[in-house]
Each structure stands twice: as C-alpha cells, then as structure tokens.
Design a binder for this molecule. Structure first.
Ligand code: FES
Ligand code: FES
Length: 176
C-alpha cells in the first residue's frame, strides 16, 4: 500500500471473508464496512466517539469504527454484528438481548452487542456493576438500560458456557 497516493489499497478480513478495495486515506472503517463492503448492521450515531453505535471487533478487541481509519485496519480482522450468528443460530449474546428485551428501537443494539461480546470475552460472566462500567461508552437513546444490563449478564454467562463451540465467539476469543 503506497501512502503517497490519495487512493490506497487495503486488505481487511471482514467476518472471515477477505476484502480488498481502494479507499481514500481519510475513509473511516465504519464507512468502509457500510458503503464499500455493504454491511449496514454497524450504525453511525454520532461520528464523534461518543455513542458506541459503530462498535465492531478489530482483531477481537472492541473499537468504535468511526474513530478508526480503514487503512489502520489494513491486514487485520474485523468482526461486525453480521458475523456473530452461526447460520440461523444467534450468538448467545444476541439470544440474550432477544430473550431479555434488551432493545427498543434497536439503533444502539449492534454496538451494544459487539461491545458486550468483547467485554465477556475479556472478563467472562459479568456482574451488574461490571456491565454498567464496561458499557459506559455505549449510549441508548431509548434509555432501556435495565434490560440491556440483564441481557448482557445473561449473555456473558451463556458465553462462559460455550467455550469452543464452533462458529461462536467464546471467552477465549477467536473469530469465525
Ligand atoms: Fe461511532 Fe458514535 S458513531 S461512537
Ligand atoms: Fe433505541 Fe438503544 S434501543 S437507541
């Protein structure tokens, strides 16, 4: 990749699939995912690192993709909300959000789920306080925090019980 050109070639593995495209140096990862790759599950809420709606995993770590340039992800692996389910089987964290009604309008949900998956991979089954502290960078404009916390506690507990299950991100990390 030559940084002297205004258009740069990046190779980013997204949900296990290699992607290779030319981007402008200023292209944000969230725009690469939504507009170049066509994965629109990752939302943009603020564009200023405040809301967490754009959260994805970069090499297994949660990042706000509105603050990462696509060129910074060159050669790395990104997991988006579209990469969590195993076919028709929801990821345990997605299932927990469904079961515990952890969403209202759903706009914050992809970012909430991705941040929660990352948190659970790092810390295992989470307490109420750990969820609230760990997700303080993710905002819900519908303010349904009580159910979100319940969902993440349940989802992290379920993840702690699915180590090594093929196709799911478990507490030991890994990506599909
Ligand atoms: Fe990235 Fe709000 S859109 S933090
Ligand atoms: Fe509407 Fe969170 S469910 S923003």
């Amino acid at each position: 990749m030559s940084r002297e050109q205004s258009s740069l070639e990046v190779e980013i593995t997204v949900n296990g699939t290699p992607t290779r495209n030319s981007v402008e140096a200023r292209t944000l990862l969230v725009h690469y995912l939504r507009e170049v790759v066509g994965l629109t599950g990752t939302n943009i809420g603020c564009d200023t690192t405040s809301c967490g709606a754009c959260t994805v995993l970069l090499d297994g770590e949660s990042v706000k993709s509105c603050t990462v340039l696509a060129v910074q992800a060159d050669g790395h692996e990104v997991t988006t909300i579209e990469g969590l389910a195993d076919g028709d089987t929801l990821h345990p964290m997605q299932e927990a959000f469904r079961e515990h009604h952890g969403l209202q309008c759903g706009y914050c949900t992809p970012g909430m789920v991705m941040a929660s998956v990352s948190l659970a991979m790092e810390q295992g089954a989470l307490s109420d306080g750990e969820v609230r502290e760990g997700l303080e960078g993710n905002l819900c404009r519908c303010t349904g925090y009580q159910n979100i916390v319940a969902a993440v506690m349940a989802g992290s507990a379920a993840m702690a019980g699915v180590v090594g299950v093929s196709g799911n991100l478990g507490p030991e990390g890994g990506s599909k």
